[in-house]
Design a protein around this ligand. Structure first.
Ligand SMILES: Cc1cc2nc3c(=O)[nH]c(=O)nc-3n(C[C@H](O)[C@H](O)[C@H](O)COP(=O)(O)OP(=O)(O)OC[C@H]3O[C@@H](n4cnc5c(N)ncnc54)[C@H](O)[C@@H]3O)c2cc1C
Length: 425
């Protein structure tokens, strides 16, 4: 039950834009039903757009803390000096102008599922009929002993949430001497974009080979193998034999301790490595909002695999990296594909209709070895009671020739244009 004070603080859902101007005021409720989407990334932006497309009468409010969004996909190209940060920056204007979505740039503290309210960090509350939670990931800062969130801010960037962090890593590489040592520490499974660290290694190596040829890149892996293993290893042998030194967990990769001040790493096999630049990508978990809203079990959010509704709270949906959407990898392509199915299911449920029993998803992850050399992994999926099951898929061929690898790089660039326009236009 709301008391008088909290009632006046409830900005009734559907009046988001006016609410932004007069926070704390009492608003008139717009006619119709209201869906609030939290997080304007691959999952949230797509969900907001496709919910509105499915039923224009629904008031769709997208709450995103940042004014613009930097895609993690293609951020490795920025780190490798192939493109700049602006090339991966997107605004929310298209969602507002083209689709009539109310976009609010606010921080959400939590979803109060019992009272069907979204609570903002300033204490204001918005009522919803259904809410979509798409906060992406957070980091386990203590996953490597000696590391900390504070150290990641400027000294040891993760660059695994794109934007400022991407630029910091890029600048460190540019400022490094020729002959320097870059160390990358990829995370344990599961994490966002399984091929992401290895594409990054490729494009850092591309930069070093071209501009700082006496330098090297050591990858201290916390795993024995990784996504597109054979294709990456083949590419590295061809292109970066004298640059990349990848060490599996059991073969010197396991990190025992990092001294972030001196950039000194001690490995489990007793070696000490002094680095000039370190890219440490910590182990991951669902975004903080998911934990603060009681939507997690372990590190991630359990969902109904057919609808994306949380199994812990009714009328709350979780999608994208934060959700347990096994067997789909945590990727922007997956998030976009999931969000479209979620939109159909949510709107059906909101309108009292039976949800679809047959759901299909897709994912392709392209990775660049260099700007003219791409590899890929593709899969199709089907929703079932127990999981989102893989139905088919495969890798780009090991035997592809230079023309085919270059053509795939072009396809990857076209994919980027397509998915970002699908998310934001
Ligand atoms: C280096 C790298 C390369 C990648 N390459 C690819 C690729 O080639 N292909 C591919 O498909 N995927 C790729 N990915 C993965 C892809 O970026 C993610 O899987 C995808 O962004 C997940 O989408 P999401 O919406 O779940 O999370 P995000 O895109 O991170 O969006 C979450 C949003 O929620 C907002 N938010 C969080 N908490 C709050 C709050 N409390 N209040 C308000 N707003 C909040 C955040 O600001 C953010 O905008 C890559 C990732 C990395 C790191």
């Amino acid at each position: 039950m709301l008391n008088r004070r909290s009632f006046t603080k409830v900005a009734v859902a559907g009046a988001a834009l006016s609410m932004a101007a007069c926070a704390g005021g009492k608003m008139a409720k717009k006619d119709g039903k209201t869906v609030i989407v939290i997080g304007g990334g691959s999952a949230g932006a797509t969900a907001a757009k496709y919910i509105k497309k499915a039923d224009k009468s629904i008031n769709v409010i997208l709450i995103e803390k940042n004014k613009t969004y930097h895609t993690c996909f293609f951020s490795n190209n920025v780190i490798g000096g192939i493109s700049d940060l602006e090339s991966i920056e997107h605004s929310y204007d298209g969602l507002m102008k083209n689709h009539g979505i109310d976009v609010m740039h606010k921080m959400v503290s939590k979803v109060d599922a019992a009272n069907k309210m979204v609570v903002l960090s300033n204490g204001d509350k918005l009522a919803y009929d259904k809410v979509v939670v798409a906060p992406g990931i957070d980091f386990k800062w203590d996953s490597i002993p000696g590391h900390s969130e504070a150290a990641s801010k400027n000294d040891i960037p993760h660059a695994y949430i794109a934007g400022n962090q991407t630029q910091i890593l890029r600048d460190q590489l540019v400022n490094m001497k020729n002959g320097g040592t870059v160390v990358m520490i990829p995370p344990t499974n599961p994490f966002r974009c399984p091929p992401g660290p290895y594409e990054r290694a490729s494009l850092i190596a591309h930069y070093l080979k071209k501009h700082k040829p006496k330098s090297k890149l050591i990858i201290l892996d916390q795993k024995e193998k990784f996504s597109k293993f054979g294709l990456f290893k083949q590419g590295w042998k061809r292109e970066y034999k004298n640059v990349i030194d990848w060490r599996a967990k059991s073969k010197g990769g396991q990190v025992k301790h990092i001294d972030t001040a001196t950039k000194t790493i001690k490995t489990a096999n007793g070696k000490t490595i002094k680095a000039d630049v370190i890219n440490l990508i910590p182990a991951q978990k669902a975004g903080k909002l998911a934990f603060d809203s009681g939507l997690t079990k372990g590190d991630w959010c359990p969902i109904n695999f057919m609808t994306f509704e949380s199994t812990l709270h009714k009328d709350v949906y979780v999608v994208g990296d934060a959700a347990i959407a096994k067997k789909m990898p945590k990727s922007g392509f997956s998030a976009n594909s999931q969000a479209k199915i979620l939109a159909i299911q949510l709107v059906k449920s909101l309108n009292g209709k039976k949800t679809m029993a047959n759901t299909r998803f897709g994912n392709t992850c392209y990775s660049f070895i260099n700007p003219d050399y791409a590899i890929s992994v593709t899969a199709a999926y089907k929703g079932t009671d127990k999981q989102i099951a893989k139905t088919s898929g495969g890798l780009s061929p090991m035997g592809a020739n230079a023309t085919e690898r270059k053509a795939l790089a072009g396809t990857a660039r076209e994919w980027y244009k397509g998915i970002t326009s699908d998310m934001f236009m």
